[in-house]
Structure formats: C-alpha cells, structure tokens
Design a protein around this ligand. Structure first.
Ligand code: FAD
Length: 549
C-alpha cells in the first residue's frame, strides 16, 4: 500500500495539516475526510453571512475538493464520516453518508481534526423548531432562511461570548429585535468585569437588550406560538428564534472510543508535536487540550489560529521533522462589535484571582489616544495591563476602542509570548507618524506605567482601595470637578499642588485622582517626595467612575 495519511475533519485544522503535509512530502497519499458538504470553509465568517455583510454562501468556501486535488494532490471525501478507529490494525472505519456504505480505510498515520460541537445541554425544549446553534454553513443557511421568510422579528441569543455577540450584532443588522441572555455576571466572560462594562454599554447603546446572571434551564413555546427561555426565577422575552451560543465541547467521541487519552471536557491529549497517546495518531484543533503558557496548566481554547499552528506542527511531525513544537497558548482574541474593537490576551485581574495568582498580579489602567491628539480623528483606547508585581512579567492585557486596538494587544501578546516584561513594552520600538501612533505609543505608555510601578516610582491604587480610611485627592481643575464630581474627594488641582500641598492631611493614605491617571502620576510623585503616603488611582476618573456605576 502506498504510504497513506488519513485526516478526519476538513476545515481549519484538517485542511492545514493536509496542505502542509503535501508540501513536505509530495509522494505520500493524503486523504481528507469531511462529514459535512464543504471542506475549508470560513467558520469565522458565518455570523457576517447571517448579517448580510458576506453576501454569498460561496464567499465562505475557501477551497474546493477539486482545488485540493489539483493543487496539492490531496483526495477529499466530503459527506464521509469516520466512525471507528481500529488502532491496533491501523484501520479507520468510514461511513459514506450519501450511500450508507461502510469503508475500511487502512492508514499509516491518522490525524484527528474533528473540531468542537456547540454545547447543547439536556434541557427541555432544546430541540424545538426555531432553536439553532451555529457551527457550519448549513447552520448559518438555516438561520438565514428562517429570517428571510419575513415572519421572524425577534431573536434571543443565549450566551454572550465572542460568537454569541457577533451573532447578536448580525441579527440586529437584519432588523430583528435582539435579546441576549448570559449566565455569567457580565457579558463576554473571557474579559474581566470592568472591560466587559464597555461591551455591555455598547450593546445597550445599539439597542441590544442584555440580561446577565440568567442561566436558561429550558425553552418553551408560549401560547401565541413564540419561544421563551426560562429558569426557576426568570423567563426571557418571547421571541421568534433562539440561537444557543453557550460554548463548545471537543468532538472527541471517536478518540475516546478508541481509548486515546482525553482530558478537560473529553478533549484529546497530545504532546508538543500533537501526537496522541497511541503511536501513529495525531490530533489538532478545537478537539485538543492545550497548555496555558502563563500558568502551565491544561485548558481549552477554540480558536482558528491555534488550530492552524497545531496543524503545521502535526504535518511536520508526520513528515519526520520533529524539531517543530506547539508550545501552548496565551488566549489572544478579538471581537469587532458595532464599530468598536475589544481585544485581549492572557489573564485579567478576575481570571488571575480565580487561578490563585491575585497576590502576584498588579495592573494599570490607561486611556491613551490611538494616535497623537493634534492630528484629527484621534480616538481613545481603554487599556488594562496585568503584570507580575515582582518580576514585571506580562500576564495579560485587554483594550477597547474604535481604532488600532488589536494592533496594541497583538504587540503585547507578541512580547508576552517571548516571556517579556513590562520594561520590554516600555522600550518596544514601534512605528510612529502622526496618523499612525505617538512617539510614546499606547503600548509604551502601558509599559512605562507598569515599569514605574515595579520601580516604586508609581504606586498604584484601584477603586476597591477607596475606603473610609483613605482620602481621595482629586487633582483635576475645578471646572472638571464641577462637571464630573467625585464624591468625598478633596480637590487641589495639580497646578496648585506645589503651593497648597500642606492642606493635605498627613495621617491618611492618599489616593490621587485625575481624569485618566497622568496628572495623578505627577501629583503622586510630588506628594511622595514630600513624605506623604500617596498612590495613583490608575486610569483616573474615567476608570473609577465606571466602577462606581
Ligand atoms: P472545525 O473547523 O470545526 O472543523 C472540524 C470539521 O471536522 C467539521 O467540519 C466536522 O464536520 C468535521 N468532523 C467532525 N467529526 C468528523 C468525523 N467523525 N468524520 C468526518 N468529519 C468530521 N476562531 C477565531 O480564531 N476567530 C474567530 O473570529 C472565530 N469566529 C468563529 C465564529 C463561529 C461562528 C464559529 C463556529 C467558530 C469561530 N471560531 C473563530 C473558531 C474557529 O472556527 C475554530 O477554532 C476552528 O475552526 C477550529 O478548527 P478545527 O479544524 O479544529 O475544527
């Protein structure tokens, strides 16, 4: 038999393994099996197909079976489902879904790239007509057909994660009244509650009706034929369709039944070359358990870039190039919602606390402009940078804004991926022209604020540090304070502080407040130089006022 590699799953992970393997070894027979009707389709584009921004189904299809065959010599079998691995014999049992025929397919190497399936909890009403999940082109087409028949006026999206919110925006673009129900205390659970506040506000400003802390336990059809999600002490608005977007589960039944080692939620366990627990079998993508590069612990992360990087490593490993490794994930993600971008990488204060890293972690908030403010069109980027307070290692970052947001988080993620510190961000040499940034880029500023914190030059405080035992010294100008007062604060503008600093009580820890944290830093330095115990409320009024809402 010609040397044969069979790949199960023909999208991000599987198609990438196939293509790279064919480049590394053109003599090998490569068979790509896909249960669905399409290979290499753009899952990430599905919400925008529903919304109409991507106009045609064909635009989602990145490569056809014919292209795989002609360009790479890869045999693609769509509508073929792998149903059993007879691993002792190196045989894969495959069902042709068009004919029902069972095929016995021998292999030398097997790659599992079956992805993850939308989570559908065993709740009453989950199978009612009008309840959808979104994973592939037929799912998107079904939702689109329902909307296009004109009878659907409202929708409930259960789950306010990345995909749920993308779907919510796109259903709204179609003119539907859109409700979102999230079980966690805030929308977009991967970011912290503070950054999620920006997203919540954005959704409400755009007319999406959001409820948080509500965990749907069932779905029912109401007397007037509409759908309603409910729990013991909650029920949603009555809507025409419901989209469940409450996470995914690794589609690892094939691996589990074959006795391969599995981990969290049944995800397939691999080594750094993506090899499974049985020789001759590799696995990549959403079905695989990954390791956090921050904590070193196993976790799940269903992202296309992760699947594709793993796929390249698996192909290299299969081709005998064992030097390539997949060394884990940071969790860099981005969402564009109603013209605003929310990007994140690594941990945040909430997740660090959950992981027991709260004692080591410190963070700074800042609100720099995307480019110099004298050039027209500057917009703020609301940033949060989390770092190890002892050694300055970057632990994570998140940012929200309308322009150039992902670029800043990408830079931080790249430095973090190399094990960098906040001083590396401070010194990062980044592009600058008035239209594109600042001589002190937002990333540099974040690094400076954090590095000065570690150096003891910039003691920082947060909203939760404000108490009856502390005094907030507001160093904004009087006109600013009149417009946006901060209750309980003593106002001495920075411009008067050198003259009036003796008015500040010396017997209390001082928390210094300005609008965004910059003047507060200057005032903190000055007060500390006078022997007072002062810390800067990082992010200033713009951050504090959000916490107090
Ligand atoms: P998949 O792409 O899911 O492919 C697995 C394929 O295997 C499926 O087509 C399935 O039919 C097939 N299969 C499963 N079992 C068998 C079997 N037994 N036999 C044959 N075939 C089988 N990620 C991002 O990074 N950014 C985004 O913006 C983003 N947006 C997304 C939006 C949506 C709506 C969705 C659903 C996902 C999004 N993702 C995004 C996630 C991203 O698409 C996945 O991480 C990525 O596709 C995973 O690749 P994979 O190859 O592991 O799995």
């Amino acid at each position: 038999m010609r040397h044969t590699t069979i790949i199960v799953g023909g999208v991000a992970g599987g198609a990438t393994v196939a293509a790279r393997l064919s480049r590394l070894d053109s003599e090998r027979r490569i068979i790509l099996l896909e249960r669905g009707p399409h290979v290499s389709f753009a899952n990430c584009g599905l919400p925008y197909y529903i919304g109409g921004e991507i106009a045609r189904e064909d635009d989602l299809l990145l490569a056809s079976p014919e292209l795989f065959r002609s360009r790479y010599g890869i045999e693609v079998l769509v509508r073929h489902e792998a149903v059993q691995i007879r691993k002792a014999e190196n045989i894969l049992m495959v069902r042709n879904l068009q004919t029902g025929e069972m095929l016995e397919m021998p292999y030398h190497e097997l790659v599992l790239a079956p992805g993850a399936v939308p989570f559908r909890p065993a709740m009453p009403g989950i199978d009612l007509p009008g309840v959808y999940t979104l994973r592939n082109v037929p799912d998107a087409t079904a939702i689109l057909r329902a909307i296009e028949d004109g009878k659907v006026r409202s929708a409930l999206v259960v789950g306010a994660g990345f995909v749920g919110l993308e779907v919510a925006e796109n259903l709204q673009r179609r003119g539907l009244t859109v409700h979102v129900a999230e079980g966690a205390p805030h929308v977009l659970p991967p970011v912290d509650s503070h950054m999620a506040g920006y997203v919540h506000e954005l959704l409400e400003q755009n007319g999406v009706l959001v409820e948080t802390g509500v965990m749907a336990g069932g779905i029912r059809r109401t007397g007037n034929g509409r759908l309603q999600a409910y729990a013991d002490n909650w029920c949603s608005a009555e809507v025409d369709i419901i989209i469940l977007s409450i996470g995914v589960r690794p589609e690892s039944g094939l691996a589990r039944d074959a006795g391969l080692e599995t981990g969290i939620n049944g995800a397939i366990v691999t080594d750094e070359q993506m090899r499974c627990s049985h020789p001759g079998i590799w696995a990549v993508g959403d079905a695989v358990q990954v390791v956090s590069r921050i904590t070193g612990k196993p976790m799940l992360l269903a992202l296309a870039g992760v699947a594709q990087k793993q796929a390249r490593v698996a192909a290299a490993s299969i081709a005998g190039r064992s030097g390539e490794r997949f060394s884990g994930v940071l969790g860099s993600s981005v969402l564009r919602l109603f013209g605003t971008t929310i990007a994140m990488t690594g941990l945040n204060p909430d997740s660090a606390a959950r992981l027991g890293l709260g004692d080591q972690a410190e963070y700074v908030d800042l609100h720099p402009a995307n480019h110099v403010t004298y050039y027209p069109g500057a917009t703020p980027i609301h940033m949060r940078l989390l770092f190890n307070r002892e050694n300055g290692r970057i632990l994570g970052a998140a940012a929200v804004g309308t322009s150039d947001v992902a670029r800043r988080i990408d830079v931080i993620a790249a430095v973090m991926g190399l094990g960098g510190t906040v001083e590396d961000l401070e010194m990062a040499e980044l592009c600058y022209s008035p239209q594109e940034g600042s001589a002190k880029d937002a990333v540099n500023l974040a690094g400076m604020a954090a590095a000065n914190c570690i150096r003891g030059l910039h003691p920082v405080a947060h909203a939760e540090d404000i108490s009856a035992d502390t005094l907030v010294v507001d160093v904004r100008e009087k006109a600013e304070v009149d417009r946006q007062p901060f209750p309980g604060a003593m106002n001495i503008p920075l411009s008067e502080l050198r003259r009036r600093w003796r008015e500040v009580p010396a017997d209390k820890p001082l928390l210094v407040l300005c609008q965004v944290g910059m003047r507060g830093y200057n005032a903190t330095r000055f007060l500390c130089s006078k022997g007072l115990n002062a810390r800067n409320l990082t992010g200033g009024y713009l951050t504090m006022s959000r916490r107090r809402k």
